[in-house]
Design a protein around this ligand. Structure first.
Ligand code: SAH
Ligand code: SF4
Ligand code: F3S
Length: 442
């Protein structure tokens, strides 16, 4: 019998890429591939890439360069680039790095097995189409392997918002929602395979408007309520949301839907209306703050997280101060912050840029504040009882790690805990990046 070929996938970027990598591994699984733990033992290497900032995109080329000796030692090794760099740069990738055999965009990866076959015949394969056939449909027939307790599920993809800094509308295309019955079918399948927590994914997930079984569009809230009825599914999360798509039914669900977790990632990017306008964000600092008030009224203990960009073109010290003020007012439990990075083809890339030193200084000050808030939110958990979904063994023997409802990592030293179990934990300690506690009575 021929030995199974091995596929090594490295994933960069957002959670949707993690989901896509799983789908690509499944697609190649039906073409006879099993997963390799290292690039050295692989017959095919796939980099699933991110184009969001310059550093993320450049990493791909340095990584590809490192595969050169492997390709020299094994001419049968096939190397592919998938994801958002593949979509943005296409053929250019093969020109810059001739060892690449396949380039596949995020909307055409269901065609990967055919592309691999073409590459095996000595050709190069490029597919960055936005095809009519639905990749999710092609990927429905897949192996029913057992899964860990948490999973991502893409429900919406692409974006029509065109923030002036962002490549996503170009790399992921126009906003598309998957039909609700398909999402529910995939969710039930995940639960049968051991999943207890599902994070719904979309570049603009709260703009979800997939067709319901009756043909009428469902909102994200309606979809969440339907998921709430699935036995065995215990937790629902969603990411990433745009402030302008936080509808009343979705805000209300945070107060009333018992499986919807009290954590919301709601990027604001800047606290200055002048900059928000130049970013084409279509909301103001004030409208964002009022929105946060309404969300907190629905779910007072919700943990909020956000994304911030510093050093956007024309950002003054006063604009930056407005961002710090907004952060003070919101009080985030978690945050991601970035220096503005010019992206070719986006409107803001054409504008005069700020000095790198100014950007670095602002990022440092912003992160100092955010880290303080994050730490305070974590420390406030000490003495409280939280529910934890345990996922895997921790670093120390006998220890299990999981996530609280608020998405804090929690360690418990207890050999009686199994992965997939949800248990009440009394929090005893707050460390730099995680909490520690002990099982409590209930
Ligand atoms: N769909 C998500 C964002 C995806 S990108 C949303 O709408 O919020 C994740 C984050 O990367 C963004 O929220 C933004 O903070 C950051 N980002 C995007 N483009 C960037 C750029 N050109 N430079 C720096 N950060 C950027
Ligand atoms: Fe990018 Fe998000 Fe803006 Fe869409 S809403 S353009 S994904 S930052
Ligand atoms: Fe990166 Fe593409 Fe996600 S650019 S953040 S991998 S949508």
């Amino acid at each position: 019998m021929a030995q199974a070929k091995k596929l090594y996938i490295r994933t960069y970027g957002c959670q949707m890429n993690v989901y896509d990598s799983e789908r690509m591994a499944e697609a190649m699984g039906s073409a006879g591939y099993t997963q390799a733990a290292t690039p050295e033992e692989a017959d095919m290497i796939l980099l699933n890439t991110c184009h969001i900032r310059e550093k993320a995109a450049e990493k791909v080329y340095s990584e590809l360069g490192r595969f050169k000796p492997l390709k020299e030692a094994n001419p049968d090794l096939k190397i592919g680039v998938a994801g958002c760099v593949a979509q943005a740069e296409g053929e250019e990738i093969m020109r810059r790095q001739p060892l690449v055999d396949m380039v596949v965009g995020p909307q055409s990866y269901h065609r990967l097995p055919q592309m691999e076959a073409r590459a095996r015949q000595g050709g190069k394969a490029l597919d960055t189409d936005f095809p009519e056939d639905d990749k999710f449909d092609t990927l429905r027939t897949r192996p029913k392997a057992k899964r860990g307790p948490t999973a991502f599920l893409t429900v919406q993809e692409g974006c029509d918002k065109f923030c002036a800094f962002c490549v996503v509308p170009y790399t992921r295309g126009a906003e598309v929602s998957r039909p609700a019955p398909r999402v529910l079918e995939e969710a039930r399948d995940l639960v049968e395979r051991g999943v207890r927590e599902i994070t719904l994914l979309g570049q603009n997930v709260n703009a979800y408007h997939g067709a319901g079984p009756d043909g009428a569009d469902w909102s994200l809230a309606r979809l969440i309520w339907a998921l709430n009825d699935i036995d065995g599914l215990e937790r629902i999360r969603f990411t990433t949301s745009h402030p302008n798509d936080m509808t009343d039914d979705l805000i209300a669900a945070h107060g009333t839907c018992d499986k919807l977790m009290p954590y919301l990632h709601l990027p604001v990017q800047s606290g200055s209306d002048r900059i928000l306008k130049r970013m084409n964000r279509k909301h103001t600092a004030e409208s964002y703050l009022r929105l946060i008030e309404r969300i907190r009224a629905a779910r007072p203990d919700i943990l909020l997280s956000g994304d911030f960009i510093v050093g956007f073109p024309e950002e003054t010290e006063a604009d930056f101060q407005a961002t710090l003020d907004l952060i003070e007012e919101v009080n985030y439990g978690y945050a991601f912050s970035f220096k503005y990075s010019t992206r070719p083809g986006t409107p803001a890339a054409e504008r005069a840029q700020l000095d790198e030193d100014v950007k670095s200084d602002r990022l440092q000050r912003l992160q100092a504040l955010l880290t303080r808030q994050q730490r305070a939110a974590q420390d406030a958990m000490v003495g409280r009882q939280v529910k934890v979904l345990f996922e895997k063994p921790g670093r120390e023997p006998g220890q299990m790690v999981g996530k609280s409802d608020y998405l804090h990592a929690v360690h418990v030293a207890d050999t009686g805990i199994a992965a997939g179990q949800i248990a009440p934990v009394e929090i005893l300690e707050s460390g730099p990046n995680s909490l520690a506690g002990r099982l409590s009575g209930g």
